[in-house]
Design a protein around this ligand. Sequence first.
Ligand code: KG4
Ligand code: ZN
Length: 408
Amino acid sequence: MKILGIETSCDETGVCLIETKETKEGVILTILGNQLYSQVEKHKEFGGVFPMLAKREHAKNLVPLLEACLKESNLWTPFHTLDKAGWHSDDKVIEEKIKEILFREGELFNELITLLKTIKKPDIEAIAVTNGPGLEPALWVGVVFAKALNQAWNIPLIPTNHMEGHIFAATLQKLETETSNPESKQNSKSYILNPIKHPAVALLISGGHTQLVLIKDNLNYEIIGNTKDDAVGEAYDKVARMMNLPYPGGKIISDLATKEQAEFPNKKTTYPLPRPMIRSGDLNFSFSGLKTAVLYTLKKIPVITDEIKQEIALEFERAVLEVLTSKVSQAIEEYNPQTLIIGGGVSANSKIRTSLEKICQKYNITFLVPEVSASTDNALMIAVAGFVNILAGKIANTDFKANGNLSL
Ligand code: KG4
Ligand code: ZN
C-alpha cells in the first residue's frame, strides 16, 4: 500500500511517500520519497516559531516538495490527454471545488493546478495529513492542501494526530541490506515495523509537548502525565535565547553541556538549579520554574562568559535529565509496561536516550526510540501513523478540521 504523508504542524514542511508490504516477518515499510523543508533559518530572527510566517512558508513549499517527492518516488508521470485515469485539464467542476478549498491561498491554488494538469494521478492509496496538535494556521494549510489533493485525485484522506506520529516513528527498525558488492553497502530505506507490546508507556518530549502516555492497547491512549506550563523543548529554546544562543536551542545547549562535562567531570556546579516537581508524587512536569531560575541566575552575573554559559547548560540539562528519568521510572513502577517509547524533537538528545535505555535495561522492558532524523518533525511519521490507523480500520473522511489542541 502506498501512503502519502503531509506534515505542517510547526516549522517543518514535510511530504513523504511510503510503501508498505505485509510479509510473514511483519510489515516491511519502504520510503519511496521523503522531502523535508526546515524553516528554522526563517524563524531564527524571532527567537522562536512565528505562526503566520510558518503558514506562509508551508503554502510556498508544499507544491515543490510534493513534486520532488513524486519524482523521487518515480511516480511523476506526465499527463496525456487521452488518459482517462488522470486529471482532466478541462474538468472545470473539480477545478472550482479545489478553488473553494484553497480560497484563501491563491498562490498555492495556482501552483497546485499547474502540477495537477502536468501529471497523471499517482498510484497512491491514501493521504495521511497532520490535523493537530500544533500551530493552527500552519496545520490549516496542510489540511486544505490534502483536501485539495483528495478532490483532484479521489484518494482517501486519513487525518492524523501529530503525537501519534511521534509514537510510531519509534516503531521503525531499519533493515540492513547487503548488496553483492560489499563496497556499496547501501543505506537502506526499508524498515520493519516493530509491533508495540502493550501496555506501553510513551514519553513525548518536543517544543510543544511534555507528556507521559499510557498505551493500553493498539491506538488506545491515556495521558498519565503532562506539563503544567512550558514544554521541555521550549525550556531548552528559551534558556538558549537568554544566553544569546540561536534558535532552536536544544542541540546547542546539549552540546555545551557535553563539553562542560568532558572538561570538568567532577566539578560541583557554581549555579545550582531546581528539579521542578521531581517529588510531586504524580507524573506531571513543570519547566517554567527551571527556565525562570536560569533567568535569575543570569541576572546576578555581571559578565556572562562562554565558560559560564557552558556551566549553566550542564546544570540545566542535568535538571531536565533527573526530572525526566525520575518520572519515567515512576510511570514504569505504577503501570508495569512491557515497552517504553520516546518521541519528539527532544528525544534526539543522546543523554536522554542513554539514560532511558539504562532504565529499560533495569526494568527489563523493550525500549523503542526513533532514528535521530525521525525524532524531530517529519512527514514519514505521519505516513506511518496513517498506515497503522488504516490497518486498524479507521475510516477515511474529509469532514475534519485542523485542531491546534487535538489530544491523543
Ligand atoms: O518535535 P519537534 O521537532 O517539534 C515540535 O513538535 O515541537 O521538537 C523541536 C524541539 C525544539 O525545542 C528543539 O530545541 C528540541 O526539540 N531539540 C532538542 C534536541 N534536538 C532538538 N532538545 C534537546 N536536545 C536535542 N539534541
Ligand atoms: Zn513534533
